[in-house]
Design a protein around this ligand. Structure first.
Ligand code: SAH
Length: 237
């Protein structure tokens, strides 16, 4: 596995760069993110005050969640290490007329140099399974959030069912995602994510699944955390 020593896997970032122009096509390669987005946004908004608050969206890509947070009235910083998706995010921000977003090419770890404890809410959705050291990224999230603030993650569980659904099903049978999008070995069990976060000093608040309807492909919150799941943590006051 190639890394830059900066918790970035260049091969992973390249995959997102190559597909950047497709980001906002709801029926394109990022269709699953479009389908997940309302569920994730609803979950975050239910558990944290967003309006008038400062949010950080780590691994923001083309800005689906970032724009959603801005529409809810937040002042949002979106960071990513892929230049292509960031360029698309900036263009789309213009179209949407959302002025309260700042996009930066940065890792979370780099941002801790100047912005420790700055954010009311930190989101890191569908990113942990693409970095060499996910526990390190979780620790950086903990540094970036304010005392009493919230941190949200979403990622994919690691078990035979998630292999079948998220890789064989989504990439090879349904063609919902380009082949090679996900690497099974990088999937993360909820127990692992919870351990990393607690070790970093965060308090566990909730684990919820996101399951998807075989009929219309829409996702909804559920108790089933076998494949896609969300986790909410808070920082001590
Ligand atoms: N969070 C967005 C995009 C998820 S795709 C959403 O859910 O809608 C994963 C994103 O993580 C890609 O845009 C990729 O470029 C980015 N990424 C991968 N490694 C990263 C890192 N180390 N730091 C920041 N972003 C990273």
């Amino acid at each position: 596995m190639m890394t830059t020593g900066n918790n970035v896997d260049p091969a992973e970032v390249r995959k997102f760069d190559d597909l950047a122009s497709r980001w906002w096509d709801p029926e394109g390669e990022f269709k699953p993110l479009h389908r997940l987005n309302p569920v994730r946004l609803g979950y975050v908004a239910e558990r944290a005050v967003i309006s008038g608050k400062r949010c950080l969206d780590i691994g923001c890509g083309g800005g689906l969640l970032t724009e959603g947070l801005a529409e809810l009235g937040a002042d949002v910083t979106g960071i990513d290490m892929a230049g292509g998706p960031l360029a698309v995010a900036r263009m789309h921000q213009e179209i949407s007329g959302l002025e309260s977003i700042r996009y930066l090419e940065s890792t979370a770890e780099q941002l801790t140099a100047d912005e420790t404890g700055l954010y009311d809410t930190v989101t890191c959705m569908e990113v942990l399974e693409h970095v060499p050291d996910p526990a390190g990224l979780v620790a950086a999230c903990r540094q970036l959030v304010k005392p009493g603030g919230n941190v949200f993650f979403s990622t994919i569980n690691r078990n035979p069912k998630s292999f079948l659904m998220a890789i064989v099903g989504a990439e090879y049978i349904m063609g919902m995602l380009p082949k090679g999008t996900h690497d099974y070995a990088r999937f993360i069990k909820p127990s692992e994510l919870r351990r990393w976060a607690v070790q970093a000093g965060l308090q566990f608040r909730d684990l919820s699944g996101m399951t998807h309807s075989p009929f219309n492909g829409d996702f909804k919150l559920s108790d089933d955390v076998d494949v896609n799941y969300l986790m909410h943590f808070s920082a001590p006051e």
